[in-house]
Design a protein around this ligand. Structure first.
Ligand code: C2E
Ligand code: CA
Ligand code: CA
Length: 944
């Protein structure tokens, strides 16, 4: 009796405890090894999908979507665009901005500078993507960590934000990092930064994919750039900027939503943190233990029959899941039920095996499996995304998937001859595979075939042919077997993929406006030219081409003219250049040309032909624009390894050509290096020159020719460099003008000269040179006004010397400044008259009180009739307008006499006085005064 009761209670025969223990042990092992991960993921995904959540609304996504890519038309975007986006978002009141965009490499210095300054303006509200990836070191095969972080120019103004996401074994992104140690520095993850949480950076968490990605507010990036977006919605928001455009391939497989862009995953991770839904997986061991404890009495105690036991176990299993679901709804936990469920399943199976008989079950299972797998295989084959077809050794199609016919645009069916229905390329590949005698030499290489179906659109199909052997039973001889070769063709339509790749490659290598290749592609071509051995008699040449005075053209015709002009120039260049020349748009202002020829003369001819073709009139948007261009070129001679050298040389020659007036072709010579080097040195040294007291003023007398008395001085700047020695103003003033330093120097000399003049014992007129840059700069009037009031020098004694160049450019509005200076009480003098554009016509148009005739006329005034005639007519013209004439550079007494005869009022030159220190002027004045006194005393005595 006792024995039978025990048998009932245990439920199944003799080895129950042992089997129970074995299963529990197995379950624990499987669980702790992580072998149950696939089950776990299925449970987790179902739970996430069943508990939807709304995002908090704190995060807004600025989306670089397909429309943004299309409308902007280039990729990568110029960084100034991102700078614009930052400025506008901050204007709209965004609380912080995070970029899921790669800034780890440099772009052009200009674009980088614009972006850096936007970051600086943002005052720490911006974070930029940082990511790491494992790379296998080629040398030792070890994995090393490569860190991509924003370049240094940006790094100082931003927070680095880690955007790397771990990809799990199933190829999907389940978790997000909170941060990591990169090169010893802790870096927060973008999600943690956006959510504003700190804590233990090393703990990744599971993202709550129950949060609905469609619930995020989104703005298309291009709408911000085009100022179409309503930026009211960004106020107080955390803005995440990232790409969803498919072309950019920043897409990841995820649970619940299948595929999401990286930026959306970051947003979901941040939301998980904000909503306190940063999930963790837990409770596995506990549940496993609990289940074992509960199942034990079900199996071994009581007088249950097997159906009741089974029902209890099913109920326990369901209870576990319901409990896990409820917990997940209320707490950020994904309960690890997989261990418990697998243990339950195995125990259930064991019990059923005992009940039905294990062997029977196994048999049944294996039958079902075979049938299922056949069905599944059939389905997989039929529904496969790729087209699959199998061809036998007689080149007859045995089976073909439905997709094969669609992809190959042909009626591909079982039983048909491969030759009649497959494209030739595929058919030949099949034949080769079927007839190749050595299986090992056959390598399945993907190939491409281009199809033109009836609708006329070209399709690109990628296909691969593989061979397998089938053991065929010969029916007549039952036992004998022969092996038959089969060829399997797998094909897929890659048209869209290829198009997208081609388009991206095009965008990366071309300039959008002109359609020419851009700087990066041009450098590659130059690299290739550098690599060609020069013994084969060909010479290569790089020429850079720019429009002279582009700024002036834009100033008068508006910004949009630039693109029209660039396009027109590119077209003319394309026509003018030889067919084998490479033409490029290397920047907004420069075109590039790479030519090769048998001789240097030939190259010179080609360059000049281009120069002639591009110079001249252009008719654009209804206006006729006279355009002059400059070309700088450099030959690639000898063994040049680095394309940047000839590019730099051509650029230097171009700068020099433009600086020296433009409208010319200049070949790079080695001596330019020295000249450029000196220019660069002077430009740098000029920066601290004033503070180091290397700069001072000298004064050159202006003498009344009729009475020979000094009536004024011209202030001239001097630079005594402690190493380079004396540097002529004729050399450093143009450099100061170009670098903008002239504003500081010009302001200084005004004040210094007035201060000195106030110490002199007589009231002299003071002439100070003002360069066009200074004159056109805003605030010039204030500089003059404060200098006057600080020093107390009377404005009525001040002459500002301007050069002709200022008046030639009629588009420049100088009228206002001139009237304001007159209102202060200053006078204006026209300097270097006759050197520039020699037109007497504009003298009456401006209120000069003096005209200074250039030294070149004075030099010839005694020997050359035309020079004397010009001086004479200037004197008459000036007289009729009440202006005084000053002759510059008088070196001989003959010159002085002749000029006096011609009616010049005032003279300046080495004969009358060299430039001298302030105290020397004072001394000269004192002497003159003493002489005057002596003379009048003498006269007085004579009278007496
Ligand atoms: P500039 O305004 O035409 O000044 C006259 C130049 O002729 C001065 O050269 C002067 O030293 C020189 N000179 C005067 N008399 C004779 C002569 O009899 N024979 C010869 N051979 N030369 C004579 P400097 O001082 O070398 O200045 C050269 C130019 O640099 C000036 O030409 C002016 O355009 C510019 N410059 C000098 N100081 C300043 C300044 O403070 N501001 C600006 N914007 N430009 C300045
Ligand atoms: Ca002058
Ligand atoms: Ca002059």
């Amino acid at each position: 009796m006792g024995k039978s009761r025990r048998g009932h209670a245990i439920g199944f025969g003799a080895l129950p405890l042992l089997a129970f223990a074995a299963i529990v042990f197995l379950s624990v092992q499987l669980f702790s090894m992580g072998a149950l991960a696939p089950f776990a993921r299925t449970f987790d995904e179902i739970r996430l999908g069943l508990s939807p959540q709304d995002p908090s609304g704190q995060i807004l996504i600025v989306d670089i979507d397909a429309r943004s890519l299309n409308e902007v038309g280039v990729w990568p975007w110029p960084r100034s665009y991102y700078a614009d986006i930052i400025d506008r978002l901050l204007e709209g009141g965004a609380e912080e901005i995070a970029f899921d965009v790669d800034f780890s490499t440099r772009s052009t210095p200009y674009e980088d500078a614009v972006f850096a300054s936007a970051l600086e303006r943002a005052e720490g509200k911006v974070s930029l993507a940082t990511f790491h990836q494992d790379a296998i070191d080629a040398a030792d095969g070890e994995a090393e960590l490569i860190v991509n972080k924003p370049i240094d120019d940006f790094a100082q103004h931003i927070w680095p934000a880690l955007v790397s996401v771990p990809i799990e074994q199933d190829g999907r992104v389940w978790r997000s990092l909170r941060g990591d140690l990169l090169e010893g520095e802790p870096v927060m993850a973008l999600a943690a930064l956006l959510a504003g949480v700190g804590g233990d950076l090393t703990q990744p968490f599971y993202i709550d994919y129950g949060i609905d990605p469609a619930g995020f507010k989104r703005i298309s990036a291009v709408d911000i750039l085009a100022e179409r977006a309503n930026l009211g919605v960004v106020a107080g928001k955390k803005v995440l900027i990232g790409a969803s455009a498919q072309e950019l391939r920043d897409l990841f497989s995820v649970p619940v939503h299948e595929v999401l862009p990286g930026a959306v995953i970051q947003a979901l991770a941040a939301e998980s943190l904000i909503l306190g839904r940063d999930l963790k997986r837990a409770g596995g061991e506990f549940l496993l233990g609990l289940t074992v404890l509960l199942v034990f009495p079900i199996l071994f105690c009581g007088r249950f029959d097997w159906k009741l036991r089974a029902a209890l176990m099913v109920a326990l299993s369901a209870g576990l899941e319901v409990g896990a679901m409820v917990l997940h709804e209320t707490r950020p936990v994904l309960l690890q039920t997989e261990g418990a469920q697998v243990a339950l399943l195995l125990l259930f199976g064991l019990m059923m095996a005992k009940q039905i008989g294990l062997v029977k079950i196994l048999l049944r299972v294996s039958q079902i499996q075979t049938r299922n797998s056949r069905m599944v295989l059939g389905r997989v084959f039929e529904d496969s995304f790729d087209g699959i077809l199998v061809v036998d050794s007689k080149a007859v199609i045995q089976i073909a998937s439905r997709s094969a016919a669609r992809i190959l645009c042909a009626p591909v069916k079982a039983g048909q001859l491969a030759r009649t229905c497959l494209p030739d390329e595929i058919y030949h590949e099949i034949l080769e595979a079927l007839t190749c005698c050595d299986d090992d030499t056959l390598q399945a290489k993907p190939r491409e075939v281009h199809l033109k179906p009836a609708d006329g659109t070209e399709r690109i199909i990628e296909f691969v042919v593989t061979v397998s052997r089938q053991i065929a039973t010969d029916l007549r001889f039952q036992r004998s077997q022969a092996s038959e070769r089969l060829a399997t063709v797998t094909c897929r339509d890659v048209t869209d993929q290829r198009k997208a790749t081609r388009r991206l490659a095009y965008l990366a290598g071309h300039d959008r406006v002109t359609g020419l290749i851009n700087e990066a592609s041009f450098s590659e071509c130059v690299d290739a030219a550098c690599a060609v051995p020069k013994e084969n008699g060909r010479t290569f040449c790089i020429a850079l081409i720019a429009v002279d005075g582009m700024d002036r053209i834009i100033a008068s015709l508006g910004f949009s003219i630039r693109n029209h002009l660039r396009k027109a120039l590119a077209e003319r260049l394309d026509d003018a250049a030889e067919t084998d020349a490479v033409i490029a748009s290397v920047s907004e202002n420069r075109l590039g040309l790479l030519i090769s020829a048998r001789s240097e003369e030939d190259i010179l001819d080609q360059v000049h032909e281009v120069f002639e073709a591009l110079s001249g009139d252009y008719t654009l948007t209804g206006s006729r624009i006279p355009v002059s261009i400059s070309i700088g070129y450099a030959l690639i001679c000898g063994d040049v390894r680095d394309s940047s050298i000839p590019l730099r040389d051509a650029g230097n020659a171009l700068s020099l050509a433009m600086r020296s007036g433009g409208n010319r072709v200049l070949r790079f010579e080695d001596v330019m290096h020295t000249a450029l080097e000196r220019r660069r040195t002077l430009e740098i040294e000029l920066v601290g020159a004033l503070q180091k007291h290397e700069i001072h003023v000298v004064y050159q007398p202006l003498v009344d020719l009729s009475s020979s008395t000094m009536i004024g001085v011209e202030a001239l700047m001097r630079w005594e460099h402690n190493v380079l020695g004396f540097v002529s103003p004729a050399e450093f003033i143009p450099i100061a003008e170009e670098s903008g330093r002239i504003l500081e120097l010009g302001g200084w000399i005004l004040r210094q000269a007035m201060r000195d003049a106030m110490t002199w014992p007589a009231e002299l007129r003071l002439a100070v040179n003002v360069s066009a840059v200074q004159f056109a700069a805003p605030g010039f009037i204030d500089v003059v006004r404060t200098a006057l009031s600080e020093t107390g020098f009377p404005a009525s004694r001040l002459d500002l010397e301007l050069t002709e160049s200022l008046f030639v450019d009629e588009r420049m509005d100088i009228g206002g400044t001139i009237s304001a200076l007159k209102a202060l009480g200053c006078s204006l003098a026209l300097d270097d008259f006759g050197t520039g554009y020699s037109s007497l016509g504009y003298i009456p148009r401006f209120p000069f009180s003096k005209i200074k005739i250039d030294k070149s006329f004075v030099d010839d005034v005694c020997s050359d009739e035309p020079s004397a005639a010009i001086v004479s007519s200037v004197v008459h013209l000036a007289e009729s307008f009440g202006m005084t004439v000053v002759a510059e550079g008088i070196e001989t007494e003959d010159q002085e006499r002749k000029l006096r005869e011609l009616g010049c009022d005032i003279g300046q030159g080495y004969l009358l006085g060299r430039p001298m220190q302030s105290i020397a002027i004072a001394e000269r004045l004192r002497q003159a005064e003493a002489e005057r006194l002596a003379q009048s005393e003498c006269k007085l005595r004579q009278v007496v």
